[in-house]
Write a protein that binds this ligand. Structure first.
Ligand SMILES: [Mg+2]
Length: 312
């Protein structure tokens, strides 16, 4: 039996831990590292508020619950509900939305294209906005026992609702495969070996593959802190995520490391939190952080329903 709460609550807590620190300078955080759930800060929202990362993740889960399969039209409809009516939010308002997501969801609203062709596909559309919400696809692909090409196809269309450029899709694909390995009870290093062994040229251009060289050809965990950026660029976010995971030994330690990298703290927190949650399990998460998370019961309930679909 798969319990999606490990990853989903892990992601939400990583997101909420990072929200008040978004855009903070690393140098400042290193002098005074944050280890608790804080309120206000960057977005002036109460303690325990999670952001677009979690909202779009929950919107995706809710779509899979409804259809019992992946239907991009339903996912995009839920994204629109989030953007317009603040559904799937902790405080009933949207305080954080990326430019590429905003444009894509608006294209969907205006019926300019089918959902999976609404995402931006220029070089500039490679923020981490699809990586931050791709975790439910990890669970879905794992439970459906999809083959590697099928996983690619699924990731490609779900990412493309907002992010249709290859660089974004490849980041999501690596993240999903890594997560599936963890669900297969592989350890962090074994999962890393797996993502390095894939023949990416079956799916992506050399130009795109080259962007991920530091992850796939080198050992990302061996880079120094100064060499790891934590910006909103999808490649940087994936690098930071794997660097944190491979250099820490617990969920709590991983989240503290992630958010104190500064810059895009909520998304690095969310991406780390999702995978660390799968690996270490929800019971390993600091109880006070769980107590602080807004709408914990709502997320929990949605995960119960998602589990029902995944395990059926
Ligand atoms: Mg966010």
């Amino acid at each position: 039996m798969i319990d999606s709460k490990n990853g989903i609550i892990g992601l939400a807590i990583g997101d909420a831990m990072g929200v008040p620190l978004e855009f903070y300078m690393r140098e400042k955080l290193m002098q005074n590292p944050k280890t608790e759930m804080l309120g206000y800060g960057s977005h002036n929202v109460p303690k325990g508020s999670w952001s677009d990362d979690t909202s779009m993740t929950l919107a995706t889960i809710d779509a899979i619950i409804k259809d019992k399969k992946i239907n991009c039209e339903t996912i995009a409809t839920n994204f629109l509900e989030w953007m317009k009516n603040a559904k799937y939010t902790p405080i009933d308002r949207v305080f954080d939305i990326g430019r590429t997501c905003l444009r894509a969801i608006t294209r969907f609203e205006d019926k300019q294209n089918v959902a999976e062709k609404c995402g931006g596909n220029s070089e500039m559309d490679n923020g981490n906005g699809s990586l931050m919400r791709i975790l439910p696809i990890t669970y879905y692909c794992y439970c459906q026992r999809l083959t590697e090409p099928e996983i690619y196809e699924t990731v490609e269309k779900v990412s493309s609702i907002t992010h249709r450029h290859e660089i974004s899709i490849m980041g999501c694909f690596i993240y999903v495969i890594y997560g599936i390995e963890l669900l297969n009870s592989k350890n962090l290093t074994q999962a890393y070996k797996k993502i390095k062994a894939i023949e990416y040229d079956k799916y992506f251009s050399q130009d795109t593959i080259r962007r991920y060289e530091r992850v796939l050809k080198n050992n990302i965990n061996k880079y120094s802190l100064d060499e790891i950026k934590s910006t909103g660029f999808v490649v940087d976010t994936l690098e930071a995520t794997l660097w944190v995971l491979l250099n820490t030994d617990s969920y709590n330690q991983a989240i503290i490391r992630a958010i104190n990298l500064g810059n895009d703290t909520d998304t690095v927190g969310a991406c780390v939190g999702g995978l660390a949650g799968i690996y270490y399990g929800q019971e390993s998460i600091n109880q006070s952080w769980k107590n602080d998370l807004l709408k914990f019961d709502y997320i929990n309930n949605l995960c119960d329903k998602f589990n029902g679909v995944l395990n059926s």
